[in-house]
Each structure stands twice: as C-alpha cells, then as structure tokens.
Design a protein around this ligand. Sequence first.
Ligand code: SME
Length: 160
Amino acid sequence: MHNFNFPSLDSKEKNYKVLIKQIEALIEGENNIVAIHANISAAIKDTFNFLWVGFYIVKTNKLVLGPFQGPVACFSINKNEGVCGASWKQKKTIIVPDVNKFPGHIACSNDSKSEIVLPIFKNKKVFGVLDIDSSRENTFDQIDKKYLKKIIKLIELKLI
Ligand code: SME
C-alpha cells in the first residue's frame, strides 16, 4: 500500500509531481474503473486536503455521482447545470475562483468557495468529470489544470 502522507513540499507543482508518480504506481495493473476512481479521489484529497474530490459519470443524459471523498453531494446533474454540467457541455476545463459568482453553481456544501472541473474522455465523448471543491476562494489555477489533466490521462488510458 502506498503512503500519501508525504512531507509537505515547497510548491504545489512538486506535490503534483509526487502525487502523479504515486497514482501511476497505485493503479498499475488495475482495471476496476470504480476502484481506480475511488483511490484517485482519495489520493488527491489526501495530498491537498481539498474539501471535496470526486467524479460524476455520464449515464444517459445526466451526470451521476461516482466515487468521491468529502461531504455528501448531489446524486445527479443535468447537462449545462452547474459547473460540472457546463464542463460536460463545453467539453473543457472550468476554473471557478469564486463559486458565488458562477451563475447556476450547484452548492452541495456551503463550505465550497472555489472549484475546478475537468472532463474525462472516452472515444472522443465525455465519459465523466473530475470535480474538486476548495473551502478557500481562488484555489485553482493553470498549475492545477496542467497536472490534473495528466491524472485524467492516466484514467483515460484505463477506459480504452
Ligand atoms: N458544485 C458542483 C456540483 C457538485 S458538488 O460541488 C460536489 C457544480 O456546480 O456543478
């Protein structure tokens, strides 16, 4: 079993680099997609102590709650609803510095202040999204986007 409680490093970028190596080792040889999503959400939350880290998976015409770590969350989200639905519809990463300023934001927890949502692709269609909430405003930037996209690539390789 891998230990995610590594000493705090001096930059977010270094933390992501270590995290990605740990995730690569963790999921090597694993093909259970639910278990992979579960452990990746745990690894990200353990590393950065974000409020909520999890997945919503496309089922028919909705995003349905998948494996996650954090407070209870809404079971399903319609296309173009909230940040997750917007990421699904637009097929792109959305960074929200202040959730109160995002029209239609779905507040699963009042403690959520900023958010990043990235789409996951399978056969060029959106398979689901990775959603991360922070209890502080302005948490996510281009560094998060860059490294979380690398984590998503690791998931996409398991979906082929
Ligand atoms: N805030 C999200 C909903 C999901 S929860 O944050 C876990 C949204 O607006 O899509």
